[in-house]
Design a protein around this ligand. Structure first.
Ligand code: OAK
Length: 822
């Protein structure tokens, strides 16, 4: 695409003038960011309009990716990358004396998500646009997204992140598409003149849902899709001269409802907290999205029976599952369809993705709450349940057990996963192992009853952000060697294989890794005040903090290594920098205490002259999409050490691999497939298998106390948790972590994540890592092969599989790619 540099520079200067009445020299960095972003938005909006016009003309099927979370990360750099204008814009700005990197750094990092599930949604939107599919992301415009994490005295402190404070240039308010969403009240019914029962929600409270659209730019194809996130506003319902007490009360309540509903993202990852406001959030964005999807369809079609031929709803975990009942409501109550007609359309439209088997994450709403908040929706769920229970009885006559396990409403609870499975035509897991566990364990009864719905879609990541933008040195090197097809066809990376044994290539490759380590070392110096040696092994675990992810095992192993060094100061030891980054849910005690432990261990080890810098421990504050890009690029070792069977897929594992880090991991989630692609020789695998873990869980038989009693190294490390080694002021500080591993009262509750069971195997794998790193050439070869074999893990591949098996969309090719410049 053509880029008119002078025109672009002029636009930026003019934007600074009209937005701020300033010259470039007078403008702040934030103002320059805004001016540059508006210049880019100008181009993006042209493409956006052209895309939507073409969609209107071609009338393709549209996917609505429904998700409570979209962890987008910064847009400016990504948009430039996908417009294929990054280098030109950097050059143009350079001529103005402006550094694009610094400009990018001014953008808030829109963190409307927690972790894997939200980031996956963002990668999928990138791939959908790049692959020419018409799609909307549907979500919530939280005023406060994920909190900013500060570390004070080693503890996590949560600070609200007001990402909208300066105004966000890449969003567009669309009040013309506002929708009313109703909560509470009751349902009345009457039979109309045609003998149909009409249901009416009455005495309810309303909120006005107002959409904000963000452009999703496809890579180099002119396509711009839409992320539509809903804001809440009070409905205008009372005039000021009305002093009726009831009206006034109601108006104030409605105003509060609107204010609260989108206020904040719940910061839980893989955990269900059962909060009333959370259910309100779910229904709020789903009702608005479903209403708009039906309205949009009806603007150009007449026959709702064919709705599913033009619309697919993908439910990102169970959080958007009220969509099943909401679509039924809209089809029946607003469009007069019968139950059977509405049910057929709904089932053919909805599909559900499961993202976890952690039982604590399963959404089960108390009937009392659900029916009080959503009376009409509850009625519909009851009827869906009634009919489904009949089906169970037909299939398994007299089998109460099946009903107990499979009913949607049971024991005073509404089970959202069951509703999602019954009300859709597809259920998928996010890695092969995960899907197998769903079929054989967690959702076994459903799989037996309706095996045709189940399928696997192994996750992927977008190489545009996680290589092209995150790691420009490596991206350029790859392109120099095998061409640039990999940008839209990641398996083309396999052409790099021929360089695996090439010494020159190996050296260049490792040199790039070194430069990325220098870049991260600088970041660490500036943010942590810690000096780390880029020649040491960068061993990285960045992800949400959760007990099943076992950051605790990692830090316990570091404590063990430290003991070894103290006992044998002259031992052969390759310098290692252990890097952590993780946010803990605000109310998750053991997770927060693990952060404190990591920082306490870091304090001791980093300052011990005996260690002499051979081990450094760094906790990177406020891990998020923007700093993640630098971290992946600089990693040698990728820690993917979850208890086997617990990590549904993982996607960080893929980002590391793509940037040439070697996986140190368990046979869990997508690690299994990573190892399959790259070969066991080029990864470090350890620990119990998923099958063994599940065996233990189902039949008991694991007692960590046996290990504690028989292994001196482990005992010593565990005792150091409670003898003040790392908390001299308060030796009891880490007692809860100790207890989580060795609950002497109840062994069934001890070490539920098998840390002690896997510890020795992990330590042994870590020794293999060290030995391997010392063999420079072989390491370079393995690292290079990791990149070469990462092709499978593009979200482009994942999306094409969703297309083939679930969505069946046709691609839309724009007649002419709009010019970048006007
Ligand atoms: C978050 C809240 C509830 C349920 C699941 C999650 C979640 O983030 N799950 C994660 O989804 C990722 C994308 O599929 C997977 O890669 C992670 O393994 C999984 O923990």
């Amino acid at each position: 695409m053509k880029f008119d540099k002078e025109l672009f520079k002029g636009t930026v200067l003019n934007n600074i003038k009209t937005l701020y009445r300033r010259t470039l020299e007078e403008a702040t960095e934030q103002q320059i960011f805004q001016a540059v972003s508006y210049a880019i938005k100008d181009v993006v909006v042209d493409n956006w309009m052209a895309t939507q016009k073409e969609y209107e003309k071609k009338d393709p099927k549209i996917v609505y990716y429904m998700s409570m979370e979209f962890l987008m990360g910064r847009a400016l750099g990504n948009n430039l990358i996908n417009l294929r204008a990054y280098k030109e814009v950097a050059e143009a700005l350079d001529e103005l004396g402006v550094d694009l990197n610094l400009v990018e750094d001014q953008e808030p990092d829109p963190a409307l998500g927690n972790g894997g599930l939200g980031r996956l949604a963002a990668c999928f939107l990138d791939s959908l646009a790049t692959l020419n599919y018409a799609a909307y992301g549907c979500g919530i415009r939280y005023r406060y997204g994920m909190f900013r994490q500060e570390i004070r005295d080693g503890y996590q402190v949560e600070v609200p992140d007001n990402w909208l404070a300066d105004g966000y240039p890449f969003e567009l308010r669309r009040p013309e598409y506002a929708k009313e969403v109703k909560f509470g009240g009751w349902v009345s019914s009457y039979v109309d003149e045609n003998g149909r029962t009409i249901f009416k929600q009455e005495g309810y409270q309303s909120v006005q849902a107002v959409p904000y659209d963000m452009p999703i730019v496809g890579y180099g194809n002119g396509i711009v899709n839409t992320l539509r996130i809903w804001d809440a506003q009070p409905v205008e319902c009372f005039s000021l001269d009305s002093f009726d007490k009831g009206d006034y009360q109601k108006a104030v309540e409605q105003e509060n409802l609107a204010r609260n509903i989108v206020e904040v993202l719940y910061p839980n990852d893989n955990h269900y907290a059962g909060k009333e406001l959370r259910l309100k959030q779910q229904y709020f964005f789903i009702s608005a999205s479903v209403q708009e999807a039906v309205d949009k369809y009806m603007r150009t079609h007449t026959d709702l029976h064919k709705f599913h031929e033009k619309v697919a709803f993908q439910l990102n975990d169970t959080h958007p599952t009220v969509a099943v009942a909401e679509l039924m409501r809209v089809l029946m109550d607003d469009h007069d369809l019968s139950w059977d007609e509405a049910w057929e359309i709904t089932c053919k439209t909805c599909a559900y993705t499961n993202h976890t088997i952690m039982s604590e994450a399963l959404e089960k709403w108390p009937i009392e709450l659900f029916s009080r908040l959503l009376p009409r929706i509850y009625q519909i769920v009851e009827e869906i349940n009634r009919r489904f229970v009949l089906r169970i009885q037909q299939m398994y006559p007299g089998n109460q057990e099946k009903i107990r396990k499979m009913a949607i409403i049971y024991d005073g609870q509404v089970k959202m996963a069951h509703l999602a499975i019954v009300g859709g035509h597809s259920v998928n897991g996010v890695a092969r192992l995960h899907t197998e566990i769903l079929e054989k364990q967690e959702l076994r009864d459903f799989y037996e009853m309706m095996p045709e719905k189940f399928n696997n879609k192994t996750n992927g990541i977008t190489q545009r952000r996680f290589l092209l933008h995150a790691n420009p040195l490596l991206a350029d090197w790859v392109t120099d060697h095998v061409g640039d097809e990999w940008i839209t066809d990641l398996p083309a990376l396999s052409r790099l294989r021929i360089y695996a044994d090439d010494e020159k290539a190996q050296q260049e490759f490792m040199n790039i890794k070194y430069q990325n380590k220098v870049r991260l070392a600088k970041y660490i110096r500036e943010h942590n005040g810690i000096e780390v040696d880029p020649r040491s092994i960068f061993d990285v675990q960045v992800k949400r903090l959760h007990e099943y992810k076992r950051q605790l095992m990692n830090i316990l192993h570091i404590m063990y290594l430290y003991n070894e060094l103290k006992d044998h100061p002259d031992m052969d030891f390759y310098p290692r920098t252990f890097i952590f980054g993780a946010k803990a849910a605000a109310g998750y005690r053991n997770a927060k205490l693990t952060i404190k432990l990591i920082n306490s261990v870091a304090d001791v080890i980093n300052n011990d002259p005996v260690v002499d810098g051979r081990i450094k421990v760094v906790f990177i504050e406020n891990y998020r999409v923007s700093n993640a890009e630098w971290i992946f690029a600089a990693a040698d070792v990728s820690e993917q050490i979850s208890t086997a069977s617990k990590e549904a897929s993982g996607t960080g594992n893929m980002k590391f691999m793509l940037n040439g880090a070697l996986t140190l991991g368990t046979m869990d989630g997508a690690n299994v497939e990573i190892v399959e692609e790259v070969g066991k020789k080029n990864a470090f695998i350890f620990g119990l298998s998923a099958e063994q873990v599940i065996q233990y869980e189902n039949y008991g038989g694991y007692n960590p106390m046996d290990i504690f009693n028989n292994d001196q190294d482990i005992r010593r490390v565990l005792m150091q948790l409670i003898n003040g080694t790392y908390s001299p002021q308060d030796p009891e500080l880490f007692r809860p972590l100790y207890n989580s591993l060795l609950n002497t009262q109840d062994t069934a509750k001890a070490d539920t994540y098998f840390i002690l069971a896997d510890f020795k195997s992990y330590a042994e794998a870590q020794r293999r890592v060290e030995a391997a790193y010392k063999d420079e050439k072989n390491w370079a070869k393995s690292a290079l092969l990791n990149v070469a074999c990462a092709g499978k893990f593009s979200s482009d591949r994942t999306i094409e599989e969703y297309e083939r098996d679930i969505w069946h969309q046709e691609k839309v090719i724009l007649p002419s790619k709009p010019e970048l410049s006007k």
